[in-house]
Write a protein that binds this ligand. Structure first.
Ligand code: ZN
Ligand code: ZN
Ligand code: ZN
Ligand code: ZN
Length: 503
């Protein structure tokens, strides 16, 4: 996932103050500027949760740096499905003649034709990875208005200059564009590196499997917060980006997104943000050792005679020492990272089924607070697995397993309420699973005759409300729209029918 900027003190910040901020405005929001955080979007009016705040087409889009062998129209991997066609205008490889109409290829097609630049002779070549950056640069030649916007975006060259990424840019982009393709007179070194930075800092990943990068200038003005009030979805059909309000956003409030990993602990979030966006987040969640009381990063003390205390890192402690609340035991940041990495690897790779995940949760008890993000991720997976996995399909669940699914859903929801409140997809998913568990439990209770019909009816009414809330969330999120339709056509009707029969 990719998004945007860090601290804005470079030349782009100076340009930004002069830049007409009106370009970035709409009826719902305005663009403001501060010397510390640069440009950001602020609600002009009260925005209700669920509102579509912004729908934006990419200014430019193209392959990511280091991409190899692809169709220059649709960016499909031509190693997997060899290109059968060539662009009739520039001769570069394409899957089919239809890819020639891709709006993304327009500018480079023109340049390749005008300057007689041929595609790489080798089938696998990382030169394809320079096309995305080239497309940004070509705005300077062919679309000066758009170039003004593109070149005003933050590139963080000052920070990037000192990082390995700079050399990578030089080797795989600078040399290709300026030397191989002979454009050193057309684009200065500074312009090429800045374009690389604009993609790195502001780019969103789109396409199947996030294969290519795109610049959405307005969306890239949205500031980061680890408890965001908005979220983005890409409509894969037309590559447009949609931003929705997760919460009610009162007029005058900054619109915020979490660029990455809102469901990871502070250590991981901070490292990812610095690595990909070159800034250190200082939001209220990052500044709170307990992550606002959620204990999302809290460890359990493993000292032999303790095993009860909670291990926390004071964020103002620059030495990165984790201290036990009950004994003198401490851990370094490095040791904590190693521990987290080990457990995360198990979650990612070696928990194939419900049984393995439940056992892992038991193992986690001596190391992590129950609300820690690692066991919580497993709990989230279990919410889905109970009811879907072979041997644990909904009709196969015992009443005890149904209660377990319900319990897990409540635990995950509680953490979400604290850390990512509002209409997030994760919340939609959990609400959906929660109502499924609740309905199953109620059906079993009715059958057993152990519970009064009036009580069951009340529980089913609540489950119906939960389902409606889940559907409302799915409806605003493009990739989930089909699920919303299906739920409305089947689950919702069934549930309403059952409720009516419970009279
Ligand atoms: Zn194609
Ligand atoms: Zn072409
Ligand atoms: Zn933060
Ligand atoms: Zn201790």
């Amino acid at each position: 996932m990719g998004k945007k900027r860090g601290n804005k003190k470079g030349p782009a910040a100076a340009a930004a103050t002069n830049q007409n901020l009106k370009y970035f405005e709409s009826d719902l929001f305005q663009c403001d500027y501060s010397p510390i955080c640069g440009r950001f979007l602020k609600a002009k009016v009260d925005i209700k949760k669920g509102t579509l705040i912004l729908k934006e087409k990419p200014l430019v889009a193209g392959p990511k740096v280091l991409s190899t062998a692809l169709c220059v129209g649709c960016h499909a991997d031509t190693l997997k499905t060899p290109a059968k066609s060539k662009c009739t205008k520039c001769g570069w490889p394409m899957c089919t003649s239809r890819c020639e109409d891709s709006p993304f290829h327009k500018l480079d097609c023109r340049l390749f034709r005008e300057k007689k630049i041929d595609h790489p002779a080798e089938i696998i070549s990382t030169d394809y990875g320079a096309i995305g950056i080239l497309r940004g640069l070509l705005l300077k030649l062919y679309q000066p208005q758009e170039w003004k916007v593109f070149s005003s975006l933050e590139h963080n060259n000052e920070i990037r200059k000192k990082l390995p990424i700079w050399l990578e840019n030089e080797k795989y982009v600078g040399k290709v564009i300026r030397e191989k393709w002979g454009l050193s007179e057309t684009f200065s070194e500074e312009e090429v590196y800045s374009a690389c930075g604009v993609y790195e800092v502001n780019g969103f990943e789109i396409g199947d499997f996030s294969k290519f990068g795109a610049i959405f200038p307005k969306a890239s003005m949205i500031a980061h917060d680890c408890i965001p009030n908005a979220a983005h979805y890409v409509n894969e059909d037309d590559s447009t980006l949609e931003i929705h309000a997760l919460l009610d956003i009162p007029a005058g409030t900054n619109i915020t997104m979490c660029y990455d990993c809102s469901l990871k602990g502070t250590n991981v979030r901070q490292r990812t943000l610095f690595k990909t966006k070159y800034f250190t987040c200082k939001c209220t969640r990052c500044m709170s050792p307990t992550e606002l009381g959620s204990n999302f990063s809290t460890l359990i003390c493993t000292a032999n005679n303790c095993k009860k205390g909670q291990l926390l890192k004071k964020t103002e402690d620059d030495e990165g020492i984790w201290k036990c609340s009950r004994c003198p035991f401490t851990m370094t940041d490095e040791a904590v990272d190693k521990l987290l990495g080990k457990y995360q690897a198990t979650v990612n790779k070696s928990l194939p089924n419900v049984k393995a995940q439940e056992e892992f949760l038991q193992e986690c008890k001596s190391v992590f607070h129950p609300n820690h993000y690692i066991p919580l991720e497993v709990k989230f997976n279990l919410c889905m697995a109970y009811g879907r996995e072979n041997g644990y399909k909904l009709h196969e669940l015992s009443q005890q397993e149904a209660y377990r699914k319900l319990e897990l859903c409540h635990e995950v929801l509680k953490a979400l309420d604290l850390l990512t409140p509002g209409m997030t997809v994760v919340r939609g998913n959990i609400l959906y699973e929660l109502q499924a568990a609740e309905v199953l439990i109620c059906r079993n209770l009715l059958e057993s005759g152990k519970c009064s019909k009036a009580l069951i009816k009340r529980r089913v009414q609540n489950a119906l409300k939960t389902l409606v809330e889940a559907i409302q969330i799915f409806e605003i999120c493009d990739p989930m729209k089909m699920l919303a339709e299906n739920a409305k056509a089947t689950t919702l009707i069934e549930l309403k029918g059952w409720l009516n029969s419970l009279k």
